[in-house]
Design a protein around this ligand. Structure first.
Ligand SMILES: [Zn+2]
Ligand SMILES: [Zn+2]
Length: 331
């Protein structure tokens, strides 16, 4: 099978992924082999190829927003059958035993394994997953439009939930891309007003088109204080900016897997029971709930498609904020 393989992390500009021929994987007990139709690109993939994250497996095939069709089943599978369309997200497996798993926090599992990070992912013709960690995709979505739901969407949904925002309240989004453009629609569907903080002109334009209540820069002060906010950009300098416009008891959720150093903050920005919390990965329950809600709304994903061989160019475009919302590789 064809795969875009990372052998050595390098800046995206140096095209770290190389097209290779790899053996087609064989599904083990409980596993399915999925013929990949498309795979979304995520900022985590960028952190992977550039080596910002510690990489437990090298070489690795990145990609964790996979939409494909079940092509072969290993022994003792019973959820999916050949020909079913499935989605595969970041959470690839958990131990189901540790303290976190038992507390309903499998996203924090001590032995969690992630797609395109511990296990070869979706920048390839085929991938393997245990059927307990794959999901049916509603026919409401095309393959390309479904792909960004699988990380951008699910992590956005968990961030939204953990921000504690209630229907009708005001939500701030810092950094606008694949995740934020879905959260904006979802929040509006819940009756929230959404305030978008971004400098990038194409992102501002999309936020306005999706009916953001207000669009500005992080240094700007919106006309109203916000009940909650989510930072998607990996910039720690945004934390004091966001706290500055947050109401008393408001929560600031940090959705990224990495963030630059958060500058010292004056205690008065945090006082009055404001909360800062990070969001890490997501649970299978998050995935199931979100994919159902996404189909009910239904959410519109704005995608730009690239061929598998163009994975480096797609990551470069993502890095330079040239992608309006979400980028997807088509096999
Ligand atoms: Zn666990
Ligand atoms: Zn991701």
């Amino acid at each position: 099978m064809r795969a875009m393989l990372l052998e050595r992390p390098q800046p995206a500009e140096d095209s770290p992924l190389h097209l290779k021929e790899l053996p087609t994987p064989i599904p083990g007990p409980g596993e399915i082999r999925v013929r990949v139709r498309c795979c979304g690109l995520c900022h985590t993939d960028l952190h992977t190829v550039e080596g910002d994250l510690h990489l437990p497996k090298l070489p690795i095939v990145p990609g964790h927003q996979i939409v494909g069709v079940v092509e072969a089943e290993g022994p003792s599978t019973h959820i999916f059958k050949e020909g079913d369309r499935v989605g595969i997200p970041w959470l690839h497996s958990t131990d189901n035993r540790c303290d976190y798993c038992r507390r309903g926090l499998e996203n924090l599992c001590d032995h969690a394994r992630f797609t395109g990070y511990h296990i070869d992912g979706g920048y390839a013709d085929y991938t393997i997953v245990h059927e307990n960690y794959a999901y049916h995709i509603s026919p409401v979505f095309s393959d390309e439009n479904a792909a960004p739901l699988l990380c951008a969407g699910i992590i956005g949904y968990r961030s939204y939930r953990l921000s504690g925002i209630l229907p009708g309240q005001r939500l701030g989004l810092y950094g606008f891309g694949a995740s934020a453009h879905l959260v904006l629609q979802f929040a509006r569907h819940q009756g929230c007003e959404v305030y978008v903080f971004t400098r990038t002109p194409i992102h501002r334009e999309l936020a306005k088109r999706l009916a953001a209540a207000w669009v500005g820069s992080a240094e700007d002060t919106p006309p109203q204080q916000l009940d909650a906010a989510i930072i998607f950009a990996p910039a720690g300098a945004l934390v004091p900016q966001a706290l500055r416009v947050l109401r008393k008891a408001g929560t600031l959720a940090l959705a990224g897997i990495t963030m630059s150093t958060i500058p010292p903050i004056d205690y008065s920005l945090l006082y009055h029971e404001r909360v800062i919390r990070s969001v890490a990965n997501s649970t299978r329950q998050d995935a199931r709930e979100f994919l159902q809600l996404a189909a009910d709304v239904p959410l519109q994903t704005d995608v730009e498609t690239f061929n598998l061989e163009q994975a480096n160019q797609a990551l470069q475009a993502l890095k330079k904020s040239e992608i309006k919302a979400a980028a997807v590789l088509r096999m």
